[in-house]
Ligand binder design. Structure first.
Ligand SMILES: Cc1cc2nc3c(=O)[nH]c(=O)nc-3n(C[C@H](O)[C@H](O)[C@H](O)COP(=O)(O)O)c2cc1C
Length: 177
């Protein structure tokens, strides 16, 4: 089982949550961490290289901080540019006729500013983190991939070092499960 973690953080040097989670992922055998901003500081994604990398792995993880209930822009650009017609899906087929990604698993690893209690009815955000990931879950369904329930690290800024280390260990377990 090989897993490709696509890390999307525009300023990893000032990250607390994603930097620690990415380092924990990096330590695992069978897990490749691909920092999109480091790879493409000018935002110009090498589509062929990304497609080859996806083909070489069984599972894909989108790791990112939640930005306005969505992904940072580079991860949306990755989807728009890499998931091409003819590679990711059959242009002649009905919706749901995936090709290159068919059968692979995709999960999201998300950090948030808000605590878990606010991702519920009556909270600041009203809805769960998973509900904000619905566009990605829809893409997974369309491409005949398998959706994995997300790993969510809530309010990472408020975690002390021990709590963050435990969260990173939980992330490692999630990646290996
Ligand atoms: C542009 C922007 C938008 C954000 N939007 C949200 C949001 O919608 N919900 C939320 O809980 N936190 C939001 N945050 C907070 C980040 O999710 C949080 O700072 C990040 O997950 C912490 O991870 P890091 O230490 O790796 O940067 C936002 C932060 C920025 C800069």
């Amino acid at each position: 089982m090989s897993t490709l973690v696509l890390l999307a953080h525009p300023d990893l040097s000032n990250s607390r949550g994603n930097a620690v989670l990415a380092a924990a992922a990096h330590d695992l055998a069978g897990v490749t961490v691909h920092d999109l901003h480091a790879a493409y500081p000018d935002g110009r994604i090498d589509v062929a290289a990304e497609q080859q990398s996806v083909e070489a792995h069984d599972a894909i993880v989108f790791q990112f901080p939640l930005y306005w209930y969505s992904t940072p822009p580079i991860l949306k650009a990755w989807q728009d540019e890499v998931l091409t017609i003819g590679w990711a899906y059959d242009p002649m087929g009905a919706a749901g006729t995936g090709i290159a990604l068919k059968g692979k698993t995709l999960g999201c690893a998300v950090t948030t500013g808000a605590p878990a209690s606010e991702f519920a009815a009556g909270g600041w955000n009203e809805h769960s983190v998973e509900s904000f990931l619905l566009p990605i879950a829809g893409t997974v369904n369309f491409l005949e991939m398998r959706w994995r329930a997300p790993f969510v690290a809530y309010a990472t800024f408020a975690l002390d070092d021990d709590e963050l280390a435990r969260t990173a260990a939980d992330y490692q377990e999630w990646l290996l499960a």
